[in-house]
Design a binder for this molecule. Structure first.
Ligand code: RP5
Length: 164
């Protein structure tokens, strides 16, 4: 079995509805990955250990989804130099604007690459991870190019109904 290249972590199983869109893309591209709940405020020791072990385990990027606060992606990024891609999950109270602002507003010096709120952000984080891996893997780059071409063709084939 291929060593895991991308870790997908989230603060709660309630984030799965969003984060599964990242996993679906990784599956589609055949990227060895793992997905698990690592709650920053409920499992701080596990979160710390996950980040501390990431480089040694060969992870090339960590996709971290969080609702309401930046603590999961932010603290992972604080503890490892493996790139962290943050996905703001739509929160119940503020619809994910809180998640977005807190993740994107990391203080200077410890970046978290931040994506859109929700499913599109999760999918794009995975596509970004694929693009990172593709730098060192020409067949993967060809696969990514084919994915883009498919989207282009789908857009070109779009037609509009007559105006009412
Ligand atoms: C965050 O708290 C999680 O990322 C989740 O989005 C949010 C709510 O968690 P649950 O109350 O649904 O477990 O840590």
């Amino acid at each position: 079995m291929n060593p895991i290249q991308i870790g997908v972590v989230m603060g709660s199983s309630s984030d799965w509805e969003t984060m599964q869109h990242a996993v679906a893309i990784l599956q589609q591209f055949g990227i060895a990955h793992e997905a698990r709940v690592v709650s920053a405020h409920r499992m701080p020791d596990e979160m710390f250990a996950y980040a501390a072990a990431a480089e040694g385990r060969g992870l090339k990027a960590i996709i971290a989804g969080a609702g309401g606060a930046a603590h999961l992606p932010g603290m992972l990024a604080a503890k490892t130099c493996v790139p962290v891609l943050g996905v703001p999950v739509a929160s119940r109270q503020l619809q994910g604007v809180d998640s977005l602002y807190s993740i994107v507003q990391m203080p200077r010096g410890v970046p978290v690459a931040t994506f859109a709120i929700g499913a599109a952000g999760a999918a794009n984080a995975a596509l970004f991870a694929v693009a990172l891996l593709a730098n060192e893997a020409p067949p993967l780059r060809a696969q990514l190019q084919a994915f883009r071409t498919q989207q282009t063709e789908a857009a070109r084939a779009m037609t509009l109904p007559p105006a009412q």
